[in-house]
Design a protein around this ligand. Structure first.
Ligand SMILES: Nc1ncnc2c1ncn2[C@@H]1O[C@H](COP(=O)(O)OP(=O)(O)O)[C@@H](O)[C@H]1O
Ligand SMILES: [Mg+2]
Length: 314
């Protein structure tokens, strides 16, 4: 549904997006993940036709954004960075205005306006001017205008930025509930957001794609993939436990926090899934150690992200 081919943006001598290519399909929730200044927003602006690329092209649902821009933009709902709205309008008048621009008429227009206000819980504030709304409500108004025409492709630039935890949760639920029959692209610098909502993550830094994979596979590149976290109980000596664990073939090393009696057992790379966990569990049982918890780690996306964006990864 989106095909980007060699997208490049230069501002003066700076290349802020460099030869970006990717394709994505209906049903995906794609996360652009990257540090501030990576080029996420610029890429979204090029895909939505708000900024012309210096080189390369993008297609949305088969329509070239440069030569067939109107048809492409009909397919897109876009929440720009910071969710700008006309501050002096009310959500009611603003959304009615967007409905007209999107060409909604009659019954369908009324129905969509009601549905969207309902879905984003805008009812109580429809008549209040946007500038007097809280950040959470402003963001909901921005989301409402993006989904009003029920687009096939939703492009949301940092949809949860600046929201409180409950509001973040709400927006993520909304994204999940719409993901089955659309393509949704979000940008974020929040790793937990990628893990919570995205089926695929493209990691961007300095305008280039450094990784393109499922969050799960990316986490598998972490040194903590298949690591075992255990907390030992009273009466069991941490030194004895560490020494015995470090003798296991499936173990690379351990990291411990003596004050809390917790040990992270890093699996030797190449060990089969669960092997280290199994070995540690057997050791606990045969030594009759008192253990409060024994958990398997999938891997840490934040660590992988730091490795990749600092160029430490092979
Ligand atoms: N209109 C512009 N003129 C000059 N530089 C820009 C412009 N827009 C963005 N940039 C620069 O491009 C880089 C990427 O910005 P952006 O795409 O907003 O990154 P992100 O959304 O990943 O934080 C930044 O260094 C930013 O300063
Ligand atoms: Mg941005």
């Amino acid at each position: 549904m989106i095909k980007a081919d060699g997208l490049t943006k230069r501002y003066g001598r700076d290349t802020v997006v460099n030869d970006l290519s990717f394709t994505c399909q209906r049903g995906e929730v794609l996360g652009f993940l990257g540090p501030n200044g990576a080029g996420k927003s610029t890429t979204m602006k090029m895909v939505t036709g708000f900024v012309a690329p210096s080189a390369g092209r993008a297609e949305v649902c088969g329509h070239d954004i440069a030569t067939d821009g109107l048809a492409a933009r009909r397919k897109i709902g876009y929440l720009p960075e910071g969710a700008p709205c006309y501050a002096e309008m009310t959500p009611g008048s603003f959304l009615a205005f967007i409905a007209d621009i999107r060409g909604l008429r009659g019954e369908k227009r009324t129905q969509r306006l009601e549905e969207v206000a309902d879905r984003l819980h805008l009812g109580p504030v429809l008549g209040q001017s946007i500038e007097t709304l809280s950040k959470g409500f402003k963001r909901r108004v921005g989301l409402a205008q993006a989904i009003l025409h029920d687009p096939d492709v939703l492009i949301l630039d940092e949809p949860t930025d600046g929201l409180d935890p409950n509001q973040k949760h709400e927006v993520r639920e909304l994204i999940r509930s719409m993901s089955a029959d659309k393509l949704i692209v979000i940008s974020t610098h929040i790793l937990e957001e990628v893990e919570a909502v995205c089926s695929r993550a493209i990691i961007i830094a300095n305008g280039e794609i450094l990784a393109d994979d499922t969050p799960h596979t990316l986490a598998g590149r972490s040194r903590y993939h298949n690591a075992v976290r255990l907390t030992i109980g009273d009466g069991t000596g941490i030194d004895e436990v560490i020494a015995a664990i470090e003798r296991l073939d499936s173990v690379d090393t351990t990291e411990s926090d003596r004050d809390h009696g917790s040990i992270i057992v890093v699996a030797r790379s190449g060990s089969a899934d669960m092997r280290t966990w199994q070995d540690v569990a057997n050791l606990v049982q045969s030594n009759d150690w008192t253990i409060e918890s024994l958990q398997l780690e999938a891997g840490r996306l934040d660590e992988v992200f730091r490795q990749i964006t600092r160029g430490e990864n092979s």
